[in-house]
Ligand binder design. Structure first.
Ligand code: NAD
Length: 330
Protein backbone atom coordinates (compact mmCIF):
# COMPACT_ATOMS: atom_id res chain seq x y z
CA UNK A 1 0.00 0.00 0.00
CA UNK A 2 1.34 3.42 -0.98
CA UNK A 3 0.64 6.19 1.51
CA UNK A 4 1.09 9.90 0.70
CA UNK A 5 1.92 11.70 3.95
CA UNK A 6 1.17 15.42 3.74
CA UNK A 7 2.55 18.31 5.86
CA UNK A 8 5.41 16.10 6.98
CA UNK A 9 7.88 17.37 9.53
CA UNK A 10 11.11 15.63 10.52
CA UNK A 11 9.46 14.28 13.66
CA UNK A 12 6.45 12.85 11.75
CA UNK A 13 8.77 10.99 9.44
CA UNK A 14 10.89 9.63 12.30
CA UNK A 15 7.95 8.25 14.30
CA UNK A 16 5.99 6.96 11.26
CA UNK A 17 9.04 5.12 9.92
CA UNK A 18 9.53 3.39 13.26
CA UNK A 19 5.82 2.42 13.46
CA UNK A 20 5.96 1.14 9.87
CA UNK A 21 8.99 -1.13 10.44
CA UNK A 22 7.01 -4.37 10.34
CA UNK A 23 4.31 -3.30 7.88
CA UNK A 24 6.60 -1.96 5.19
CA UNK A 25 4.00 0.33 3.59
CA UNK A 26 5.44 2.61 0.94
CA UNK A 27 5.35 5.94 2.74
CA UNK A 28 6.03 9.01 0.59
CA UNK A 29 6.61 12.16 2.62
CA UNK A 30 5.48 15.53 1.27
CA UNK A 31 6.14 18.90 2.94
CA UNK A 32 3.08 20.86 1.71
CA UNK A 33 -0.32 20.90 3.26
CA UNK A 34 -2.99 18.94 1.42
CA UNK A 35 -5.38 21.23 -0.45
CA UNK A 36 -6.90 21.41 -3.93
CA UNK A 37 -3.58 22.64 -5.38
CA UNK A 38 -1.36 20.00 -3.81
CA UNK A 39 -3.75 17.01 -4.09
CA UNK A 40 -2.05 16.10 -7.40
CA UNK A 41 0.93 14.89 -5.34
CA UNK A 42 -1.26 11.99 -4.15
CA UNK A 43 -1.86 10.66 -7.65
CA UNK A 44 -1.42 6.88 -7.54
CA UNK A 45 -1.66 6.72 -3.74
CA UNK A 46 -4.64 4.70 -2.40
CA UNK A 47 -4.05 6.19 1.06
CA UNK A 48 -3.43 9.79 2.08
CA UNK A 49 -2.30 10.78 5.56
CA UNK A 50 -2.97 14.31 6.86
CA UNK A 51 -2.76 16.52 9.97
CA UNK A 52 -4.71 19.39 11.55
CA UNK A 53 -4.19 22.14 8.97
CA UNK A 54 -4.54 20.09 5.80
CA UNK A 55 -7.75 20.87 3.92
CA UNK A 56 -9.84 17.87 2.90
CA UNK A 57 -12.72 19.99 1.60
CA UNK A 58 -15.12 18.89 -1.14
CA UNK A 59 -12.93 20.03 -4.06
CA UNK A 60 -9.80 18.39 -2.66
CA UNK A 61 -11.65 15.15 -1.92
CA UNK A 62 -13.05 15.08 -5.47
CA UNK A 63 -9.51 15.36 -6.87
CA UNK A 64 -8.29 12.60 -4.53
CA UNK A 65 -11.19 10.30 -5.46
CA UNK A 66 -10.58 10.88 -9.18
CA UNK A 67 -6.96 9.81 -8.54
CA UNK A 68 -8.20 6.60 -6.84
CA UNK A 69 -7.51 7.51 -3.22
CA UNK A 70 -9.72 5.33 -1.00
CA UNK A 71 -8.49 6.13 2.47
CA UNK A 72 -7.83 9.34 4.38
CA UNK A 73 -5.85 8.69 7.55
CA UNK A 74 -5.82 11.63 9.97
CA UNK A 75 -2.86 11.92 12.32
CA UNK A 76 -5.04 13.86 14.75
CA UNK A 77 -8.28 13.68 16.74
CA UNK A 78 -10.17 16.72 15.38
CA UNK A 79 -11.73 16.31 11.92
CA UNK A 80 -13.23 19.78 11.33
CA UNK A 81 -10.96 20.06 8.26
CA UNK A 82 -12.58 17.07 6.50
CA UNK A 83 -15.89 17.18 4.62
CA UNK A 84 -17.10 13.81 5.90
CA UNK A 85 -20.32 13.88 3.88
CA UNK A 86 -18.49 14.35 0.60
CA UNK A 87 -15.87 11.76 1.59
CA UNK A 88 -18.67 9.22 2.16
CA UNK A 89 -20.31 10.09 -1.17
CA UNK A 90 -16.98 9.57 -2.93
CA UNK A 91 -16.31 6.28 -1.14
CA UNK A 92 -13.26 7.60 0.72
CA UNK A 93 -13.02 6.09 4.19
CA UNK A 94 -11.75 8.37 6.95
CA UNK A 95 -9.87 7.22 10.04
CA UNK A 96 -8.36 9.29 12.84
CA UNK A 97 -6.37 9.05 16.06
CA UNK A 98 -9.01 9.84 18.69
CA UNK A 99 -6.61 9.93 21.64
CA UNK A 100 -2.85 10.02 21.47
CA UNK A 101 -2.05 11.70 24.72
CA UNK A 102 -4.75 13.74 26.38
CA UNK A 103 -2.15 14.26 29.15
CA UNK A 104 0.10 16.16 26.72
CA UNK A 105 -2.62 18.71 25.89
CA UNK A 106 -3.92 18.92 29.46
CA UNK A 107 -0.42 19.49 30.86
CA UNK A 108 0.28 22.20 28.26
CA UNK A 109 -2.97 23.89 29.30
CA UNK A 110 -1.80 23.92 32.91
CA UNK A 111 1.63 25.21 31.80
CA UNK A 112 -0.13 28.15 30.12
CA UNK A 113 -2.25 28.89 33.19
CA UNK A 114 0.80 28.85 35.50
CA UNK A 115 2.95 30.87 33.12
CA UNK A 116 0.34 33.58 32.58
CA UNK A 117 -0.63 33.78 36.24
CA UNK A 118 2.92 34.06 37.56
CA UNK A 119 4.18 36.00 34.51
CA UNK A 120 7.01 33.54 33.92
CA UNK A 121 7.38 34.69 30.29
CA UNK A 122 7.98 38.26 31.45
CA UNK A 123 10.27 37.25 34.31
CA UNK A 124 12.39 35.14 31.95
CA UNK A 125 13.00 38.12 29.68
CA UNK A 126 13.58 40.56 32.54
CA UNK A 127 16.20 38.42 34.27
CA UNK A 128 18.12 37.98 31.01
CA UNK A 129 18.31 41.79 30.83
CA UNK A 130 19.49 42.09 34.43
CA UNK A 131 16.10 43.48 35.51
CA UNK A 132 15.07 41.91 38.82
CA UNK A 133 12.15 44.23 39.54
CA UNK A 134 8.94 42.47 40.58
CA UNK A 135 6.64 45.28 39.46
CA UNK A 136 3.86 43.88 37.28
CA UNK A 137 4.68 40.24 38.06
CA UNK A 138 2.13 39.64 40.84
CA UNK A 139 -0.06 36.58 40.40
CA UNK A 140 -2.76 34.94 42.51
CA UNK A 141 -3.07 31.67 44.42
CA UNK A 142 -4.86 29.07 42.31
CA UNK A 143 -6.28 27.56 45.48
CA UNK A 144 -9.94 28.51 45.93
CA UNK A 145 -10.15 30.12 42.49
CA UNK A 146 -13.02 29.12 40.20
CA UNK A 147 -12.11 27.55 36.88
CA UNK A 148 -14.66 27.09 34.12
CA UNK A 149 -14.00 24.16 31.81
CA UNK A 150 -15.96 23.91 28.57
CA UNK A 151 -15.82 20.34 27.25
CA UNK A 152 -15.21 17.55 29.76
CA UNK A 153 -14.08 14.78 27.42
CA UNK A 154 -10.64 13.20 27.64
CA UNK A 155 -8.59 16.41 27.85
CA UNK A 156 -11.08 18.48 29.85
CA UNK A 157 -11.34 15.65 32.41
CA UNK A 158 -7.56 15.57 32.97
CA UNK A 159 -7.39 19.36 33.21
CA UNK A 160 -10.18 19.15 35.83
CA UNK A 161 -8.30 16.49 37.76
CA UNK A 162 -5.04 18.48 37.82
CA UNK A 163 -6.79 21.71 38.83
CA UNK A 164 -8.63 19.87 41.58
CA UNK A 165 -5.16 19.07 42.93
CA UNK A 166 -4.43 22.81 43.07
CA UNK A 167 -7.55 23.30 45.20
CA UNK A 168 -9.62 25.05 42.51
CA UNK A 169 -13.43 25.08 42.36
CA UNK A 170 -14.59 23.57 39.09
CA UNK A 171 -17.55 24.76 37.05
CA UNK A 172 -17.91 22.66 33.91
CA UNK A 173 -20.08 22.57 30.83
CA UNK A 174 -20.63 19.83 28.26
CA UNK A 175 -23.48 18.36 26.25
CA UNK A 176 -22.85 15.09 28.14
CA UNK A 177 -21.90 14.66 31.79
CA UNK A 178 -18.66 12.84 32.57
CA UNK A 179 -19.03 10.86 35.83
CA UNK A 180 -15.24 11.02 36.39
CA UNK A 181 -15.46 14.80 36.41
CA UNK A 182 -18.55 14.83 38.61
CA UNK A 183 -16.67 12.57 41.05
CA UNK A 184 -14.09 15.37 41.45
CA UNK A 185 -16.84 17.59 42.81
CA UNK A 186 -17.12 19.63 39.60
CA UNK A 187 -20.49 21.28 39.05
CA UNK A 188 -22.15 21.05 35.62
CA UNK A 189 -23.66 24.43 34.76
CA UNK A 190 -24.84 26.35 31.70
CA UNK A 191 -22.45 28.65 29.84
CA UNK A 192 -23.67 31.96 31.35
CA UNK A 193 -22.72 30.68 34.83
CA UNK A 194 -19.28 29.60 33.58
CA UNK A 195 -18.79 33.02 32.01
CA UNK A 196 -19.96 35.07 35.00
CA UNK A 197 -18.33 33.11 37.84
CA UNK A 198 -14.98 31.85 36.52
CA UNK A 199 -11.58 33.39 37.23
CA UNK A 200 -10.10 31.15 34.53
CA UNK A 201 -11.94 29.71 31.52
CA UNK A 202 -10.39 26.86 29.51
CA UNK A 203 -11.81 25.46 26.26
CA UNK A 204 -11.77 21.71 25.58
CA UNK A 205 -14.73 21.16 23.26
CA UNK A 206 -14.46 20.39 19.55
CA UNK A 207 -14.96 22.95 16.80
CA UNK A 208 -18.40 22.47 15.29
CA UNK A 209 -21.07 24.80 13.94
CA UNK A 210 -22.53 25.33 17.43
CA UNK A 211 -19.14 26.01 19.05
CA UNK A 212 -17.77 28.30 16.30
CA UNK A 213 -16.90 31.67 17.94
CA UNK A 214 -18.31 30.42 21.25
CA UNK A 215 -16.16 33.13 22.82
CA UNK A 216 -17.38 36.37 21.26
CA UNK A 217 -18.24 39.90 22.49
CA UNK A 218 -21.48 38.68 24.04
CA UNK A 219 -19.72 35.94 26.04
CA UNK A 220 -16.84 38.25 27.02
CA UNK A 221 -19.29 40.87 28.31
CA UNK A 222 -20.63 38.31 30.80
CA UNK A 223 -17.16 37.44 32.16
CA UNK A 224 -15.47 38.70 35.32
CA UNK A 225 -13.10 41.60 34.79
CA UNK A 226 -9.56 40.21 34.63
CA UNK A 227 -10.62 36.70 33.58
CA UNK A 228 -7.91 34.39 32.22
CA UNK A 229 -8.91 32.71 28.97
CA UNK A 230 -7.14 29.60 27.64
CA UNK A 231 -7.69 27.88 24.31
CA UNK A 232 -5.74 24.73 23.50
CA UNK A 233 -8.61 23.23 21.52
CA UNK A 234 -9.34 24.80 18.11
CA UNK A 235 -8.73 28.40 17.02
CA UNK A 236 -12.19 29.22 15.72
CA UNK A 237 -13.80 28.57 19.11
CA UNK A 238 -12.70 32.14 19.76
CA UNK A 239 -13.48 35.30 17.82
CA UNK A 240 -9.96 36.74 17.97
CA UNK A 241 -11.09 40.25 17.05
CA UNK A 242 -13.57 40.34 19.95
CA UNK A 243 -10.94 38.93 22.28
CA UNK A 244 -8.52 41.67 21.22
CA UNK A 245 -11.15 44.27 22.21
CA UNK A 246 -11.59 42.45 25.56
CA UNK A 247 -7.83 42.62 26.14
CA UNK A 248 -7.69 46.32 25.28
CA UNK A 249 -10.47 47.16 27.70
CA UNK A 250 -8.91 45.05 30.48
CA UNK A 251 -11.98 42.78 30.69
CA UNK A 252 -9.75 39.88 29.73
CA UNK A 253 -6.82 39.85 32.15
CA UNK A 254 -4.75 37.29 30.27
CA UNK A 255 -4.99 35.02 27.28
CA UNK A 256 -3.25 31.74 26.47
CA UNK A 257 -3.59 30.39 22.94
CA UNK A 258 -2.12 27.23 21.48
CA UNK A 259 -4.47 27.46 18.50
CA UNK A 260 -5.58 30.32 16.27
CA UNK A 261 -8.38 30.51 13.71
CA UNK A 262 -6.05 31.37 10.83
CA UNK A 263 -3.15 29.26 12.07
CA UNK A 264 -2.77 27.34 8.82
CA UNK A 265 -1.01 30.41 7.34
CA UNK A 266 1.39 30.59 10.29
CA UNK A 267 1.91 27.60 12.51
CA UNK A 268 4.39 24.74 12.08
CA UNK A 269 6.64 26.93 9.87
CA UNK A 270 9.68 29.12 10.56
CA UNK A 271 8.45 32.53 9.41
CA UNK A 272 11.13 34.48 11.27
CA UNK A 273 12.56 35.81 8.00
CA UNK A 274 9.24 37.05 6.64
CA UNK A 275 6.77 39.80 7.50
CA UNK A 276 3.61 38.36 9.03
CA UNK A 277 0.55 39.93 7.38
CA UNK A 278 -2.22 38.82 9.77
CA UNK A 279 -3.10 42.07 11.59
CA UNK A 280 -5.18 40.40 14.31
CA UNK A 281 -2.45 37.90 15.12
CA UNK A 282 0.16 40.68 15.18
CA UNK A 283 -2.03 42.73 17.53
CA UNK A 284 -2.35 39.75 19.86
CA UNK A 285 1.42 39.38 20.05
CA UNK A 286 1.76 42.98 21.30
CA UNK A 287 0.01 42.31 24.63
CA UNK A 288 2.32 41.39 27.51
CA UNK A 289 -0.52 39.33 29.01
CA UNK A 290 -0.95 37.11 25.96
CA UNK A 291 0.97 33.87 25.62
CA UNK A 292 0.84 32.11 22.25
CA UNK A 293 2.33 28.74 21.34
CA UNK A 294 2.11 27.37 17.82
CA UNK A 295 -0.16 24.33 18.24
CA UNK A 296 2.40 22.47 20.32
CA UNK A 297 0.17 21.20 23.14
CA UNK A 298 0.17 17.68 21.68
CA UNK A 299 3.93 17.66 21.14
CA UNK A 300 5.35 15.02 23.47
CA UNK A 301 7.29 11.84 22.70
CA UNK A 302 4.40 9.72 23.94
CA UNK A 303 1.89 11.50 21.74
CA UNK A 304 4.03 11.23 18.60
CA UNK A 305 4.62 7.56 19.24
CA UNK A 306 0.88 6.94 19.71
CA UNK A 307 -0.10 9.03 16.67
CA UNK A 308 2.27 7.07 14.44
CA UNK A 309 1.40 3.61 15.73
CA UNK A 310 -2.37 4.23 15.69
CA UNK A 311 -2.17 5.66 12.16
CA UNK A 312 -0.35 2.57 10.88
CA UNK A 313 -2.81 0.27 12.73
CA UNK A 314 -5.77 2.18 11.25
CA UNK A 315 -4.37 1.77 7.73
CA UNK A 316 -3.76 -1.94 8.34
CA UNK A 317 -7.30 -2.55 9.62
CA UNK A 318 -8.89 -0.79 6.65
CA UNK A 319 -6.58 -2.65 4.26
CA UNK A 320 -7.44 -6.00 5.85
CA UNK A 321 -11.15 -5.19 5.68
CA UNK A 322 -11.64 -5.60 9.43
CA UNK A 323 -13.71 -3.12 11.45
CA UNK A 324 -11.68 -0.08 12.42
CA UNK A 325 -12.84 1.49 15.68
CA UNK A 326 -11.22 4.78 14.65
CA UNK A 327 -13.22 5.18 11.43
CA UNK A 328 -15.40 8.30 11.30
CA UNK A 329 -18.50 8.78 9.25
CA UNK A 330 -20.73 11.75 8.47
P1 NAD B 1 -13.23 14.50 23.47
O1 NAD B 1 -14.07 14.14 22.29
O2 NAD B 1 -12.78 13.44 24.40
O3 NAD B 1 -13.98 15.63 24.33
C1 NAD B 1 -14.66 16.70 23.76
C2 NAD B 1 -15.84 17.01 24.68
O4 NAD B 1 -16.49 18.18 24.18
C3 NAD B 1 -16.89 15.88 24.71
O5 NAD B 1 -17.15 15.52 26.05
C4 NAD B 1 -18.08 16.50 24.03
O6 NAD B 1 -19.32 16.02 24.54
C5 NAD B 1 -17.87 17.97 24.37
N1 NAD B 1 -18.68 18.86 23.56
C6 NAD B 1 -19.17 18.67 22.32
N2 NAD B 1 -19.92 19.74 21.95
C7 NAD B 1 -19.89 20.59 23.00
C8 NAD B 1 -20.49 21.87 23.23
N3 NAD B 1 -21.26 22.44 22.31
N4 NAD B 1 -20.26 22.46 24.41
C9 NAD B 1 -19.49 21.87 25.36
N5 NAD B 1 -18.90 20.67 25.19
C10 NAD B 1 -19.11 20.04 24.02
O7 NAD B 1 -11.99 15.30 22.86
P2 NAD B 1 -10.58 15.59 23.58
O8 NAD B 1 -9.62 14.50 23.24
O9 NAD B 1 -10.80 15.96 24.99
O10 NAD B 1 -10.13 16.88 22.75
C11 NAD B 1 -10.79 18.14 22.91
C12 NAD B 1 -10.34 19.06 21.79
O11 NAD B 1 -8.94 19.34 21.95
C13 NAD B 1 -10.44 18.40 20.39
O12 NAD B 1 -11.69 18.66 19.83
C14 NAD B 1 -9.34 19.08 19.62
O13 NAD B 1 -9.93 20.16 18.88
C15 NAD B 1 -8.41 19.66 20.69
N6 NAD B 1 -7.03 19.14 20.62
C16 NAD B 1 -6.01 20.04 20.58
C17 NAD B 1 -4.69 19.59 20.53
C18 NAD B 1 -3.52 20.54 20.53
O14 NAD B 1 -2.38 20.12 20.26
N7 NAD B 1 -3.70 21.81 20.84
C19 NAD B 1 -4.45 18.20 20.50
C20 NAD B 1 -5.52 17.31 20.57
C21 NAD B 1 -6.82 17.79 20.62
Amino acid sequence: MKVAVFSTKVYDRKFLEVANTQHKYELAFFDPYLNKDTAILAKGFPAVCIFVNDQADATTLEILAAQDTELLALRCAGFNNVDLKVAAELGIRVVRVPAYSPYAVAEHTIAMILCLNRKIHRAYNRVREGNFSLDGLMGFDLRDRTVGIIGTGKIGAIVSQILKGFGCHLLVHDVYRNPQVEALGAKYVELPEIFSKSDIISLHCPLMSDTHHLINSNAIEQMKTGVMLINTSRGALINAKDVTKGLKSGKIGSLGLDVYEKESDLFFEDLSGTIIQDEIFLRLTTFHNVLITGHQAFFTEEALHNIASTTITNITEVLQGVACANEITA
